[in-house]
Design a protein around this ligand. Structure first.
Ligand code: TEU
Length: 571
């Protein structure tokens, strides 16, 4: 990037509005609640806010099922409220990125209501409709036109009795997939995107954007996935489909041409490899600025995926992150994250949310934020918020978790006890408990009955307490963000792992464009040793640590306490 794009030195904060701050006592967060908390964002020092969807929606998948792209859902407020929030953030130099969910709509979107009304409706081909498989009883298991499974359990096809055909939904049955092969669909989406840019927003986070191109035969046929079981797999046929880059480049031309500067375009790309990442983010290709990879978020998945978490092998994490650092170094850019609304809280997942919550949360933050890329902070991550640790199935709200539990019970795969354990480790609801603002009732999130349980540890883990404690997770994130703003090496320096085979220490250097940095994080509750590289350890300056006193440094030999993080700068 020459000169480097503005987002190479930016930090993005993700707000999941329904769990951020409630202003009207209905127990669900809303836009006027965001206005109450802008000082928190300013104190943290973030440059961009990304809002998870606030559009009109039946809320089947908490807003990722949109029924009107050009209106705000009443539970979040009004378009006027949104304009006020955007203006308030812009006044403070904070950009606003909206969530773009265009792989699918809600089944209550007028487009789908028309499409399903009859086989010859002009919008029939705006979605994926297919007759039952030859010779199969309509509506019976296996009659679907492919064996594709939904990401939310069960088949990816729903039988529509009125017209005797199935429609495709990679997610819930209330989220029918749009047919991007149809130019009318693409035109309608580009119109909507321009409408949002005209309202002054600063970019988009594009939901599962690499699923929009499906592999279709000349005769319109879709092929079975290669996974086993009745509803085998859809990833083989819906990830990075044949026209994906064509569509993204067309979108870039139709929507962003001539208004590109100052925007942030980040794609959510499950299943993308580093090579895909280069194709998406090489500026010369005019597609996206950066993408969220999932590779590092699947390293602790057993065969059962997110509900079958295993201990993390740190060497695998280091290798994956280093591959993405190297792969996008000379062309493209990394989005850096541990947390979002779909992932368990990182301090519970890769750290220690008990005795060493503060140390492990700040260590994890230091390691991530010192990589080359744009860091994303998910609401509450800056407080070291932990998983929910729910102990009842009725505590859960997320459709993915609820359907997983229903399927697992229906097939007797897991006992209820095993199910509670699986969800407690892997459910997306771990990230969706209300932000913990203070030690008061409902953690200051709502004066009403919260839509989902508030974590009882809010009495000690909360923004008010952390703002008052200079050693808190909050202030550590604030220092990391300031360091990125101030130090060009953090922003653009080369990345190189140190002691890649060390099973418990994540160490690396950043160099070029200024004094080199050496970063080390102890991913264990035991003392560890590592050798300082890239500088004379004895003369290095301690830029940032997460213990009150400096680490043990004898020459180049660095001793790390449990979950200790250290950033050294060459003299
Ligand atoms: O997530 C897509 C996605 O990859 C995750 O849902 C993941 O595949 C799933 O949790 C399986 O473990 C995006 C949004 O971030 C998510 O909240 C939506 O539910 C989904 O798309 C559909 O819009």
């Amino acid at each position: 990037n020459d000169p480097p794009a503005w987002w190479t030195g930016a930090v993005v904060y993700q707000i999941y509005p329904r769990s951020f701050q409630d202003s009207d006592g209905d127990g669900v967060g809303d836009l006027r609640g965001v206005l109450q908390r802008i000082d928190h964002l300013v104190a943290l020092g973030v440059d961009v806010v990304w809002f998870s969807p606030i559009y009109r929606s039946p809320q089947d998948d908490n807003g990722y099922d949109i029924s009107d792209y050009r209106d705000v859902d009443p539970i979040f407020g009004t378009l006027a409220d949104l304009d006020e929030v955007v203006a308030a953030l812009h006044e403070r130099g904070i950009k606003v990125v909206m969530d773009l969910v265009v792989n699918h709509t809600s089944d209550e979107h007028p487009w789908f209501i028309e499409s399903r009304s009859s086989k010859d409706n002009p919008k029939r081909d705006w979605y994926w409709w297919r007759p039952p498989r030859e010779g199969m009883e309509p509506g019976s298991p296996g009659a679907e036109s492919t064996n594709w499974g939904s990401y939310f359990s069960g088949p990816a096809w729903e039988f529509d009795r009125a017209t005797g055909e199935y429609y495709l939904h990679l997610f819930s049955r209330k989220q029918p997939d749009l047919n991007w092969e149809n130019p009318e669909v693409r035109t309608a989406i580009y119109d909507m995107m321009r409408w949002w840019l005209d309202r002054g927003i600063d970019g988009f986070r594009m939901d599962v954007i690499n699923l929009i191109s499906k592999t279709v035969g000349d005769d319109g046929s879709l092929a079975d996935g290669v996974g086993d079981g009745l509803y085998g797999d859809n990833r083989a046929h819906t990830v990075n489909g044949p026209r994906l880059h064509e569509f993204l480049h067309e979108m870039h031309r139709e929507v962003f041409e001539g208004r590109r500067d100052g925007l942030l375009l980040v794609g959510e790309t499950p299943g993308a490899t580093v090579e895909d990442g280069r194709l998406f983010t090489d500026p010369a290709r005019e597609e996206l600025d950066m993408v969220f990879t999932f590779e590092h978020m699947h390293l602790d998945h057993g065969p059962g995926g997110r509900f079958d978490l295993r201990p993390l092998d740190l060497r695998a994490l280091k290798a994956t992150m280093a591959r993405w650092q190297a792969g996008l170094f000379d062309a493209g850019w990394n989005a850096l994250y541990w947390c979002n609304h779909d992932q368990p809280r990182i301090v519970s997942r890769f750290g220690d949310d008990g005795a060493y919550r503060r140390e492990s949360a700040t260590m994890l933050a230091t390691v991530l934020h010192l990589h080359r890329g744009t860091p994303y902070v998910y609401q509450g991550e800056e407080l070291g918020m932990t998983d929910a640790h729910f102990d009842e199935l009725t505590d859960y709200r997320d459709i993915e978790s609820i359907r997983f539990a229903a399927e697992a019970r229906a097939h007797g795969r897991l006992t209820d006890e095993q199910l509670v354990e699986a969800l407690a480790a892997g459910s997306r609801d771990n990230a969706r408990t209300p932000v913990q603002w203070d030690a008061g009732p409902s953690a200051g999130f709502t004066s009403g009955e919260p839509w989902i349980g508030v974590n009882p540890n809010h009495v000690s883990v909360n923004a008010e307490a952390e703002r008052a404690d200079p050693a808190s997770v909050f202030h550590h994130y604030r220092r990391l963000i300031r360091l990125r703003h101030e130090d060009r090496v953090v922003r653009l320096g080369d990345f190189a792992l140190v002691e890649p085979e060390h099973p418990h220490v994540y160490a690396f250097t950043r160099s070029g464009g200024g004094p080199s940095l050496f970063v080390a994080g102890n991913f264990s509750g035991e003392p560890q040793q590592v050798t300082v590289a890239g500088m004379n350890g004895a003369r290095a300056e301690l830029v940032l640590g997460n213990y009150a006193d400096p680490p043990g440094l004898e020459g180049a030999a660095l001793s790390l306490r449990p979950w200790e993080a250290v950033v050294l700068r060459a003299a």
